[in-house]
Write a protein that binds this ligand. Structure first.
Ligand SMILES: Cc1ncc(COP(=O)(O)O)c(C=O)c1O
Length: 389
């Protein structure tokens, strides 16, 4: 049987990982500035996380949601405390798309409406409604097409205000990332998030904060939306939540009341996933990883901003993006194959950094040195090429 070929892959087989490093099957060590796509929050194979999963595995890995699973309440208590949302309610699922799908569905159950407002360059996942709210025509199948989603320009409060004035009573929910990830690290402005909050309250629409990529402490605050000093009605999360163990969730405002069977899942909230997620929160707290993300992120950003060739350095904490000019287009590839450093990208020419929240300044320096060295190399090479013409 062949694998269904949906991913362009690097020819590298990672067989071992620890902290901010991974090793391939030939023993080569790589610095991971990509965190397996923002998933590695507390560091690869963190010993506390491994132990907690191993211990749980020996007791029970799974039973269905037809019984009490006290680990779910333990996770809810810890998450409520660390995110500053102790009065919110937790629903557990398995991925980011599923979290957004459930959030949108719940919003519609709550106010009985259908219209979803999403924004240009948004990415919310690949399930039916989540992908419909994603601003990328090429991944929306004909069956996912719906008139229930409208796309408005990102960070444009005036257009949003006008839309609400004309259609506010029909709006079910507004879904927005605090920092667009796949869209190229585009930070939602404080004013924009505050206007969304105001309009959602005024028109009884549900404010959904997609925190799948930018949440879980990555930006230095638990949710990136916290920078705007607002409270969303639903926060969706996944990636960093399990540090690689698949788990997703939605954190729901007390004003939205549950009813039996309105949401449900077979695997969501299983014993093993909860153990992994509790371990993540324990390590985040014990090792002050949000503070570290902020400090090391600020350091990285200020150092990258000194490199004149790289433009438009932006982000928060350890969610950073910068534009790479066309003449340095091999930068990402060379960082990987020559300097053994994984980075992320966003089309057409953005490098995205999403490392473990435990990244040290020393590790950040290794990346910065490689960046400077490779840029000089590419420059020299470009000059040589232009001379020989
Ligand atoms: C902001 C955001 N929302 C949702 C998703 C979908 O998450 P998943 O791939 O776990 O379904 C992603 C994935 O990249 C994302 O970045």
């Amino acid at each position: 049987m062949k694998l269904f070929d949906v991913y362009p892959v690097n020819d590298i087989n990672i067989v071992k990982a620890q902290g901010s490093y991974v090793w391939d099957d030939t023993g080569i060590k790589y610095l991971d500035m990509y965190g397996g796509h923002a998933v590695i929050s507390i560091g690869h194979t963190h010993p506390h996380w491994v132990k907690k999963i191993e211990d749980q595995l020996e007791k029970i890995a799974f039973y269905s949601n037809s019984i009490k699973i006290p680990l779910q309440q333990e996770l809810a208590d810890k998450l409520g405390m660390l995110s500053g949302k102790e009065n919110y309610q937790l629903f557990l699922c398995n991925s980011g798309a599923e979290a957004n799908e459930n959030a949108l569905k719940l919003a519609s159950f709550h106010n009985g409406r259908k219209k979803i407002v999403a924004f240009s360059k948004s990415f919310h996942g690949r399930t039916s409604l989540a992908v419909s709210a994603t601003d990328n025509r090429s991944i929306i199948a004909p069956v996912n097409e719906t008139e229930n989603v409208v796309f408005l320009p990102f960070n444009d409060g005036e257009t949003l205000q006008k839309y609400f004035e004309e259609n506010g009573k029909e709006v079910c929910a507004v879904i927005v990332e605090g920092i667009q990830g796949v869209g190229g690290i585009r930070v939602a402005s404080k004013q924009f998030l505050q206007i969304i909050r105001k309009l959602c309250s005024q028109y009884d629409a549900v404010f959904i904060a997609d925190s799948v990529q930018d949440g879980y402490g990555r930006t230095g605050k638990f949710y990136a939306h916290d920078y705007a000093e607002i409270e969303a009605d639903i926060y969706t999360m996944a990636k960093g939540m399990g540090n690689g163990f698949p788990i997703g969730a939605i954190s729901i405002s007390p004003k939205i009341a549950p009813k039996h069977f309105m949401l449900g899942t077979t695997f969501g909230g299983n014993h093993l996933a909860c153990a992994a997620a509790i371990a993540v929160l324990e390590v985040m707290e014990k090792e002050s990883l949000m503070k570290n993300a902020e400090e090391v992120g600020n350091y990285l950003m200020s150092e990258i901003a000194k490199i004149v060739e790289l433009k438009n350095v932006r982000g928060k904490g350890l969610m950073i993006g910068f534009d790479v000019p066309e003449e340095l287009k091999n930068l990402k590839k060379n960082l990987l194959y020559k300097h053994k450093i994984f980075t992320g990208e966003a089309k057409p020419n953005v490098i995205r950094l999403l490392p473990s929240l435990g990244l040290t300044k020393k590790e950040a320096r290794i990346f910065l040195n490689a960046l400077v060295e490779e840029i000089s190399f590419l420059h020299a090479q470009n000059e040589k090429t232009s001379v020989s013409y």
